[in-house]
Design a protein around this ligand. Sequence first.
Ligand SMILES: [Zn+2]
Length: 134
Amino acid sequence: MFFCDKMEKVHMTRADWTLIFCVFAAAAGTALFFLQGGRIGQERVAVVEQDGQEVYRLPLGEETAVEVFWEDGCNVVSVDGRGVWISYADCPDRICVRQGKIFGGGQSIVCLPHRLVVYLEGAAGEETLDAMTD
Ligand SMILES: [Zn+2]
Protein backbone atom coordinates (compact mmCIF):
# COMPACT_ATOMS: atom_id res chain seq x y z
CA MET A 1 0.00 0.00 0.00
CA PHE A 2 2.72 2.39 1.00
CA PHE A 3 4.70 1.61 -2.13
CA CYS A 4 1.74 2.14 -4.45
CA ASP A 5 0.85 5.37 -2.71
CA LYS A 6 4.40 6.65 -3.16
CA MET A 7 4.46 5.74 -6.84
CA GLU A 8 1.27 7.61 -7.40
CA LYS A 9 2.65 10.68 -5.70
CA VAL A 10 5.79 10.62 -7.81
CA HIS A 11 3.70 10.30 -10.91
CA MET A 12 1.54 13.24 -9.90
CA THR A 13 4.57 15.37 -9.18
CA ARG A 14 6.07 14.67 -12.57
CA ALA A 15 2.81 15.54 -14.27
CA ASP A 16 2.67 18.79 -12.32
CA TRP A 17 6.21 19.66 -13.28
CA THR A 18 5.49 18.94 -16.93
CA LEU A 19 2.47 21.22 -16.77
CA ILE A 20 4.39 23.97 -14.99
CA PHE A 21 7.21 23.66 -17.51
CA CYS A 22 4.81 23.89 -20.43
CA VAL A 23 3.09 26.97 -19.02
CA PHE A 24 6.43 28.58 -18.22
CA ALA A 25 7.87 27.80 -21.64
CA ALA A 26 4.82 29.24 -23.37
CA ALA A 27 4.93 32.36 -21.22
CA ALA A 28 8.66 32.79 -21.70
CA GLY A 29 8.31 32.31 -25.43
CA THR A 30 5.59 34.92 -25.64
CA ALA A 31 7.55 37.35 -23.48
CA LEU A 32 10.68 36.84 -25.58
CA PHE A 33 8.72 37.41 -28.76
CA PHE A 34 7.41 40.77 -27.57
CA LEU A 35 10.73 41.72 -26.01
CA GLN A 36 12.61 41.07 -29.23
CA GLY A 37 10.04 42.88 -31.32
CA GLY A 38 10.28 45.92 -29.09
CA ARG A 39 14.03 45.80 -28.92
CA ILE A 40 14.55 45.59 -32.68
CA GLY A 41 12.13 48.46 -33.17
CA GLN A 42 13.97 50.66 -30.72
CA GLU A 43 17.55 49.79 -31.51
CA ARG A 44 17.45 50.32 -35.24
CA VAL A 45 19.33 53.49 -35.99
CA ALA A 46 20.21 55.11 -39.29
CA VAL A 47 23.85 56.17 -39.13
CA VAL A 48 25.06 59.00 -41.33
CA GLU A 49 28.77 59.18 -41.94
CA GLN A 50 30.59 61.90 -43.81
CA ASP A 51 34.23 61.54 -44.79
CA GLY A 52 34.53 58.65 -42.32
CA GLN A 53 33.07 60.66 -39.43
CA GLU A 54 29.74 59.85 -37.84
CA VAL A 55 27.64 63.00 -38.12
CA TYR A 56 24.11 61.82 -37.35
CA ARG A 57 22.36 58.94 -35.62
CA LEU A 58 18.67 58.88 -36.46
CA PRO A 59 16.56 56.35 -34.56
CA LEU A 60 13.93 54.78 -36.78
CA GLY A 61 10.44 55.03 -35.47
CA GLU A 62 9.92 58.74 -35.91
CA GLU A 63 9.70 60.36 -39.30
CA THR A 64 12.41 62.93 -39.62
CA ALA A 65 14.91 64.35 -42.06
CA VAL A 66 18.29 66.03 -41.69
CA GLU A 67 20.36 68.13 -44.03
CA VAL A 68 23.99 67.10 -44.37
CA PHE A 69 26.23 69.69 -45.94
CA TRP A 70 29.46 69.03 -47.76
CA GLU A 71 31.38 72.04 -49.07
CA ASP A 72 28.80 73.69 -51.33
CA GLY A 73 26.71 70.52 -51.58
CA CYS A 74 23.89 69.11 -49.56
CA ASN A 75 22.04 65.84 -48.99
CA VAL A 76 18.75 65.37 -47.20
CA VAL A 77 18.61 62.09 -45.30
CA SER A 78 15.09 60.97 -44.39
CA VAL A 79 13.96 58.20 -42.07
CA ASP A 80 10.64 56.68 -41.21
CA GLY A 81 9.65 53.70 -39.10
CA ARG A 82 10.92 51.22 -41.66
CA GLY A 83 14.02 52.55 -43.39
CA VAL A 84 16.23 55.40 -44.47
CA TRP A 85 16.74 57.10 -47.81
CA ILE A 86 18.23 60.21 -49.34
CA SER A 87 15.28 62.31 -50.40
CA TYR A 88 17.27 65.14 -51.94
CA ALA A 89 20.82 65.76 -53.09
CA ASP A 90 22.49 68.34 -55.27
CA CYS A 91 25.42 66.11 -56.16
CA PRO A 92 26.15 65.75 -59.89
CA ASP A 93 25.22 62.07 -60.27
CA ARG A 94 22.25 61.73 -57.88
CA ILE A 95 23.09 58.06 -57.51
CA CYS A 96 22.39 58.32 -53.79
CA VAL A 97 18.85 59.55 -54.41
CA ARG A 98 18.22 56.87 -57.00
CA GLN A 99 19.32 54.16 -54.57
CA GLY A 100 16.01 54.65 -52.82
CA LYS A 101 15.09 53.44 -49.38
CA ILE A 102 17.09 50.80 -47.54
CA PHE A 103 15.70 48.55 -44.83
CA GLY A 104 18.91 47.13 -43.41
CA GLY A 105 20.26 43.70 -44.27
CA GLY A 106 23.75 45.04 -44.94
CA GLN A 107 22.59 47.69 -47.40
CA SER A 108 24.03 51.16 -47.45
CA ILE A 109 23.57 54.35 -49.43
CA VAL A 110 26.70 56.04 -50.70
CA CYS A 111 27.06 59.52 -52.13
CA LEU A 112 30.57 59.60 -53.47
CA PRO A 113 30.68 63.30 -54.49
CA HIS A 114 29.66 64.32 -50.95
CA ARG A 115 31.60 61.51 -49.22
CA LEU A 116 28.40 60.44 -47.53
CA VAL A 117 27.53 56.95 -46.29
CA VAL A 118 24.18 56.04 -44.77
CA TYR A 119 23.46 52.64 -43.28
CA LEU A 120 21.21 51.00 -40.74
CA GLU A 121 22.60 49.80 -37.45
CA GLY A 122 20.85 47.12 -35.44
CA ALA A 123 19.49 45.31 -38.45
CA ALA A 124 22.71 44.18 -40.09
CA GLY A 125 25.08 45.03 -37.25
CA GLU A 126 28.84 44.72 -37.29
CA GLU A 127 29.11 43.35 -40.82
CA THR A 128 27.99 46.66 -42.29
CA LEU A 129 30.32 48.60 -40.04
CA ASP A 130 33.33 46.48 -41.01
CA ALA A 131 32.53 46.79 -44.70
CA MET A 132 32.38 50.55 -44.38
CA THR A 133 35.63 50.85 -42.45
CA ASP A 134 38.38 50.90 -45.02
ZN1 LIG B 1 24.81 61.84 -54.27
